[in-house]
Design a protein around this ligand. Structure first.
Ligand code: PLP
Length: 444
C-alpha cells in the first residue's frame, strides 16, 4: 500500500483523534476529555452531538441529500430562507446559500459590485475594509482582509483593499479614549473615500467584533452608527461580516443589532450550521436586490453545493433549536458571568493585558508588562504556547492575532457553546488558571 497523508494545519505536529462530542465537551480516542471553550473555531454554537440536528439531517438524507441549485429548489432551502428573513432585522430578505464564510464574504463583494453595475455605475469596484480584520481565505475574501500574516504569500495576487484603522481601544492609534476620541478611527473612512473617490467604492465591510485577527475587539458605542452614516452619505453599501458573530454568538441574531445598525448585506457562516454541516449565507436586503431584479435577474456567483438540502436541513434545525430552547435569551447573563470571572483571572496573572469582547465572544490579550502594554517577543510564540498548554490540560482555546499590525501581539478567543452552563463556566475558569500557571512556569 502506498503511504497516504492527511494535510494538517502544522505538518510537523500530531493531532489527537477525536472519538465523539457531547455538549460542551469533546473526547479523544484515548478517553481524554476536552472542554470546548472556543466552540472549535467559534462554530459549535449549540454544542456537540445534539440529537435534534442529527435527526433532521437524517430525515432529509432519507428524502434527498443533493439537488443542483440550477435545476431544483428544495423544501429545506426554501424554509431556511423564510426562517432566516423572519429572524433578521430590516429588509434582509434574500438568502444566497454557500458552504463557507469565505464564500459568503466573497459573494457579498460580488453582489455589491453587481448592484452598482445594474444601476449603471461601472466604476464602483473597490471594497474598503479595515486593518486587523479577517474575512476569509479565498483570494477575494483575503483581499478584503487586514491580516498581514495570512496575506503575505499572496500579496501579488491581492487587491489593496484594507484601508482604515480598527476600533481597537486597548491600543488606540490616536492614544485617545471613547467617546471623547470623536471616533477618529471611524472618520478615517471619510478620508479614504475622499482620497479614492466615492465613484470607485462599492462597499465597506467590517466584522462587528474583530475575531481571528484581533482577539474579540468590540468597538465603542457610537462607532458603527458613525460608520453607517459615512457609508450612506457617500453612496457606499455597508456589508457586515457576521460569519463569527451571527446566529446569536453575541446575544441577538446579528451583533449589529447591539448598535441598531442594519447592514445592506450580511455574511453568515460558522454558527449557522453549528459544525453539523458546511453552510454559510450571504443575505441581501430588498433595496440591494431591487436593481438586480429589474436588471439581469441573475446573481453572478454560485457553487455546486450551494443550497445543499442536507446542509439547509441542518441550519434550519439549528435555528429551530435556538428558538425552542430560547438559547439567545441567556447569552447576555452568561456573558456577564464569564466576563466577571475572566476579569478575576486577569487580576491574578499579570500577563493578561485586556479582557474584551461582546456576548459569548470574549478575548484575552497577553502582554509582557500590562502598564506599558508591551507585547511578548514573537520568538516566545506565546499564543501557541497558551493554546497548546490549554489543550494538554483539557481546555480548547482559539488562537488570535493582536497588535495594530495584527502580528505583533498575542491573544486567544474564549467562545464556548451558547449552551454552556454556569457550572461548566466555573470549570472553564479552573482549567484556564491551571493552564496559565503552567505557562508561567514554562516562561520561567
Ligand atoms: N469572516 C470571519 C469574520 C471569520 O471569522 C471567518 C473565519 O474565521 C471567515 C470570514 C471565513 O470563514 P471560513 O473559514 O468558513 O471560510
Amino acid at each position: 500500500m502506498r503511504p497516504s497523508y492527511l494535510i494538517k494545519p502544522a505538518l510537523d505536529e500530531s493531532y489527537p483523534e477525536i472519538d465523539y462530542g457531547k455538549g460542551t465537551y469533546l473526547f479523544d480516542k484515548d478517553g481524554k476529555k476536552y472542554l470546548d471553550a472556543a466552540s472549535g473555531a467559534v462554530t459549535a454554537n449549540i454544542g456537540h452531538g445534539v440529537p435534534e440536528i442529527i435527526l433532521a439531517m437524517h430525515e432529509q438524507s432519507k428524502r434527498v441529500s443533493f439537488v443542483y441549485r440550477s435545476q431544483f429548489t428544495s423544501e429545506a432551502a426554501e424554509k431556511l430562507a423564510e426562517k432566516l428573513s423572519d429572524s433578521l432585522p430590516g429588509d434582509l430578505n434574500w438568502s444566497f446559500f454557500v458552504n463557507s464564510g469565505s464564500e459568503a464574504t466573497e459573494t457579498a463583494l460580488k453582489i455589491a459590485i453587481q448592484y452598482w453595475q445594474e444601476k449603471g455605475v461601472k466604476s464602483k469596484t473597490k471594497i474598503l475594509s479595515r486593518w486587523v480584520s479577517y474575512h476569509g481565505i479565498t483570494l477575494g475574501a483575503l483581499s478584503m482582509s487586514g491580516h498581514p500574516g495570512r496575506r503575505a504569500r499572496f500579496v501579488p495576487l491581492l487587491e489593496e483593499f484594507p484601508t482604515i484603522s480598527p476600533p481597537y481601544c486597548y491600543r488606540c492609534p490616536y492614544q485617545k479614549s471613547a467617546p471623547d476620541c470623536g471616533y477618529l478611527c471611524a472618520k478615517e473612512l471619510e478620508g479614504a473615500i475622499k482620497r479614492i473617490g466615492a465613484d470607485h467604492i462599492a462597499a465597506f465591510i467590517a466584522e462587528p467584533v474583530i475575531g481571528a485577527a484581533g482577539g474579540a475587539i468590540s468597538p465603542p458605542e457610537g462607532y458603527y452608527e458613525t460608520i453607517k452614516k459615512i457609508c450612506d452619505d457617500n453612496n457606499i453599501l455597508f456589508i457586515a461580516d457576521e460569519v463569527m458573530t451571527g446566529f446569536g454568538r453575541t446575544g441577538p441574531m446579528l451583533a449589529m443589532e447591539h448598535w441598531n445598525v442594519i447592514p445592506d448585506i450580511v455574511a453568515l457562516g460558522k454558527g449557522m450550521g453549528a459544525g453539523y454541516a458546511p453552510i454559510a449565507a450571504t443575505v441581501v436586503s430588498d433595496h440591494v436586490m431591487e436593481p438586480i431584479l429589474k436588471g439581469s435577474k441573475v446573481i453572478m456567483s454560485g457553487h455546486t453545493l450551494s443550497a445543499n438540502p442536507q446542509s439547509c436541513a441542518a441550519a434550519l434545525a439549528v435555528l429551530q433549536y435556538l428558538e425552542d430552547n430560547q438559547i439567545l435569551n441567556d447569552v447576555e447573563s452568561k456573558s456577564v458571568y464569564l466576563k466577571n470571572r475572566l476579569d478575576q483571572v486577569k487580576n491574578k496573572f499579570s500577563f493578561i493585558g485586556d479582557v474584551r469582547g461582546k456576548g459569548l465572544l470574549l478575548g484575552l490579550e497577553f502582554v509582557k508588562l500590562p502598564a506599558s502594554k508591551i507585547p511578548f517577543d514573537q520568538s516566545v510564540k506565546l499564543t501557541e504556547l497558551v493554546v497548546k498548554t490549554g489543550r494538554e490540560h483539557g481546555i480548547l482555546l482559539y488562537p488570535a492575532g493582536a497588535g495594530l499590525d495584527g502580528l505583533s501581539g498575542d491573544a486567544v478567543i474564549i467562545a464556548p457553546p451558547l449552551t454552556i452552563t454556569k457550572r461548566e463556566i466555573d470549570e472553564l475558569i479552573a482549567l484556564l488558571k491551571t493552564t496559565f500557571i503552567e505557562v508561567y512556569k514554562t516562561l520561567g
